[in-house]
Design a protein around this ligand. Sequence first.
Ligand code: RUQ
Ligand code: CUA
Length: 711
Amino acid sequence: MNRLNRRLSGNVLALSLIAGLAFTSAGPLGAAPAFAQDQPVKKESRRRATKEVKPIELTPAQIAELTKLANDRQLNVDDLLSAAKTYTPSGRHDEYLLFSSGGQSGQVFVIGVPSMRLLRSISVFTPESWQGYGFSGENDPIREHLKINNTPVEWGDTHHPALSETKGEYDGQFLFIGDKANARVAVIDLRDFETKQIVKNPLTISDHGASFVTPDTDYIVEGGQYATVLGYGYALPEDYKKSYRGMVTFWKFDRTKGRIDEANSFALELPPYWQDLADAGKAACDGFVFVNSFNVEMATGGVESGKPPFEAGASQRDTDYLHIIDWKKAAAAFKAGKAEKINGFPVLKIATSVSEGVLCFAPEPKSPHGVDVTPNGQFIVVAGKLDPHVTVYGADKLKKAIADKKYSGKDEYGVPILDFDSVVEAQVELGLGPLHTQFDNQGYAYTSLFLDSAVARWSLGGEYAKLHAEQPWKLVTKTSVQYNIGHLCAAEGDSASPDGKFLIAMNKWSVDRFYPTGPLLPQNFQLVDIAGTGTAMPVVYDMPLGVGEPHYCQMIKADKLKPFLVYPEVGWNPHTQALDPNAPKQGSEGVVRSGNKVTINMTAIRSHFTPEHVMIEEGDHVTWRITAIESTQDATHGFCIGGYNINLSLEPGEFTEFTFVANHSGTYPFYCTEFCSALHLEMMGYLHIKPKTAPNAAAPANGTPVSTTSK
Ligand code: RUQ
Ligand code: CUA
């Protein structure tokens, strides 16, 4: 072995020198490698682009070159300006990070702004092989976790990401995202951008209004959508009003543990309207959660038997109900034992919520979609999908009307309805199909118009009126987007102090924007420059996203994030975010057998695994542990065993464990799947699974595999 090592080390050095490779070799086997010194050697030349920060002045020759280039490529001056606003030289980092839902991909995408470069996808509800998410053999904890009613549900329809907040500001610690199809909420730790927890709602199969956080992330709000029989029950449409219910769930978040505390979470039973999006109040309306709804008609569809379809039945009335929930009172009622259990989960029944002053309604036009609270909490904006207006509620008016019991009636379930005129501050006509609203730092609001395919900029009133030149509550301008915008997202746009500057239009259709990729076309994220005022609001970049239909995203100032560059210690368990006592250490590698249970302790470092030959027997129950003995940034290895569905990502310092039953004998090469070094291809080994049927087959020895007949 020593001779081999000397030769390998020599080769690595030779190769590095010859090829001028930026990475350095690991030391010889057993010797401590010089991690800290492992730095790219061409640092200076690589960073050249970012060092050029002196003000520039274009020479006549450069202007001529630029003009020729623009004319050759048929670019106009706006195009050149857009390029200058978004082009991000190699090595320069983006100012913002966008956390986007991945829609049907079940993932989260991380995108740099303004460059619109995709930086990473985060596996959440769907196994993903590069990240080794869900490829850890039999009883993979991730796949176990994705089961619902014992059925593997290995995808999600991610809709609304929510960054954790402290005092209403994004704090860069955690990200939550809801799975609309399966009513699940996931917790992602932004130290390593990995999913740490997935909770399944015990009341309902699907949801929509998740995730939204209260201003200090005490609770993660999961609103429902399609009413059903809570607790996965059964009832026919005839019994709709009696048996179907909506819900909103308050998941308690334990920031120290970085986990949802299921035992201290609860829900509210709601009438069987279709609850839609939610937003948590802050500042002036702190303590409230707003949830809007549609189908207060309680239409039950049935085109197949000649009844009006849902789309018609659910759109008859002029108003639906904005649900106003006092979550602090709700939490107190839950703590006082006033909840009843449904499917083992505590639920405040409608009558309890009404008598405790937890729940009331305000009328809202008309089949609305988004509800968004202004950064100061003074106003609540509801976009009425089928109404050309947004309706703005005043927080003070709501509080006063609740205190004065200014009701115009009750709904069928006994929930008081506030008098519309007493709570409305303004209605602003914007255009067709308003869906969602965001805010900037200039006293403007931005609303997506699905049918108009436009972003509307409009002026806020109240304290915001002094920030802009326009009259309050007026449409200022509209920018066309391509096409059919759903959500939009401004920089820090849901926080108590938005930054303005950039806005993302998340467009559902992209027909004619890009070369067609068959009948299925990408989604289109358009970057809108909102730094100007008045009518200045150009689209400056198109980013096709061909990996699912994202719904919502949030944009955070990049320097608020403090991710690990490598795991803090070698042998780190990302699940516990601590050093793992089971992590194999250098020098303690090997195979430990106890009956038919074998534990393999392995280390990985550029460019070898130790051990390289693993001898086990058919039928063995295998626990395989690997520590990536690396502390150089980006020195990531992979590990796969073909045929056994094993694939891992071994990030610097990471400890991983997986288990499987060695049901198929044979000699299986395993290898590193990440091109980690010049001798990456040599970073491999053999798993020898001795067949039961060949009891006398010679065991491989001294690193020399013998051929065996597999069954
Ligand atoms: S969304 S359809 Cu407009 Cu937030 Cu899920
Ligand atoms: Cu390690 Cu390739």
